[in-house]
Design a protein around this ligand. Structure first.
Ligand code: OAD
Length: 263
């Protein structure tokens, strides 16, 4: 963490870079939702640290037998019950709200989030690409159409797409599963358009997400990192804020529009 003056200088530098930018894009990770009570994946309290990373065979199992995969998903694996409950109980925190404020102020064009928790939408952000999916949606494995999970009838498994008859799967991207094409295309498009990259609460070790800021940086786009810990991107960042997202994002909004960062 910074000394107080250092932190205030970093916040000031971040606000100035955002004010200068014309198309700022953010890459977000689990750290943003940590202050909403959702555990991160890595680090001391991370769920992969505690339970081990899921195997890569989930995607293969779905393809081999979608009905059996759904049966297993419905029976709600006990080991992840706590994590799922934390997501269902969570509400957006000051960091999510500040990102929605930045968008409303015309200062943040797009969010690429690795989070599946729907908290950006609930905070009021509109321009979002969920590269790892959304826990509350299903997606057709044939045509890519998405629908709300709660609207899907599970009396016959696997559920089928009303548009094309393809197999539906929870939208959350599993280990080994390709990133949905539409999401990936939009991530690369935003990476090509941006003139500033905010990297918020991600360990930046999962690809392709971690690659977008690097691609942008190669064409001279400045990076701002918000993370209490060092990451592989820290060395590339022109501004590093070693504080939590819930502390620093509202402080940035406050610098841009005094009085607005306090909600
Ligand atoms: P990680 O758990 O790998 O990293 C979380 C990051 O958030 C770490 O760098 C922490 O230092 C930082 N952090 C913790 N608390 C914070 C706070 N309050 N404010 C800001 N930063 C904070 O999570 P991700 O990088 O999101 O994918 O992980 C990427 C992907 O790995 C996830 O989307 C998930 C996982 O496998 C899938 O499941 C497909």
């Amino acid at each position: 963490m910074h000394e107080p003056d250092e932190l205030s200088n970093a916040i000031e530098a971040a606000a100035a870079a955002i004010a200068r930018s014309g198309h700022a894009v953010a890459l977000v990770g689990a750290g943003l939702s940590a202050e909403s009570g959702i555990p991160t994946f890595r680090g001391g309290e991370g769920i992969w640290t505690k339970l081990g990373e899921p195997t890569f065979d989930g995607w293969e199992l779905f393809n081999q037998d979608p009905a059996a995969w759904w049966q297993e998903a419905i029976s709600f694996k006990q080991e992840f019950a706590e994590f799922n409950r934390a997501i269902d109980d969570a509400t957006p925190n000051a960091g999510h709200r500040a990102m929605a404020d930045l968008e409303a102020m015309g200062r943040l064009a797009h969010i690429i989030t690795q989070n599946i928790d729907n908290l950006h939408q609930r905070a009021g952000s509109r321009h979002i690409t969920e590269i790892h999916g959304n826990r509350y949606l299903v997606r057709c494995m044939s045509c890519g159409a998405r629908d709300r999970l709660e609207s899907v009838r599970l009396d016959r498994l696997p559920p089928l797409c009303p548009e094309c008859g393809g197999f539906l799967k929870n939208d959350t991207v599993m280990f080994g599963e390709p990133i949905p094409e539409d999401a990936l295309r939009e991530c690369y498009r935003q990476t090509a358009l941006c003139d500033l990259f905010l990297v918020v609460g991600t360990s930046a070790v999962v690809y392709p997400a971690a690659e977008f800021p690097v691609i942008a940086c190669r064409r001279g786009v400045p990076l701002i990192e918000i993370n209490p810990e060092e990451t592989p991107l820290s060395g590339l960042a022109s501004v590093v804020i070693r504080a939590t997202a819930g502390q620093s994002l509202p402080a940035i909004v406050e610098r841009l529009v005094p009085g607005r960062g306090r909600r």
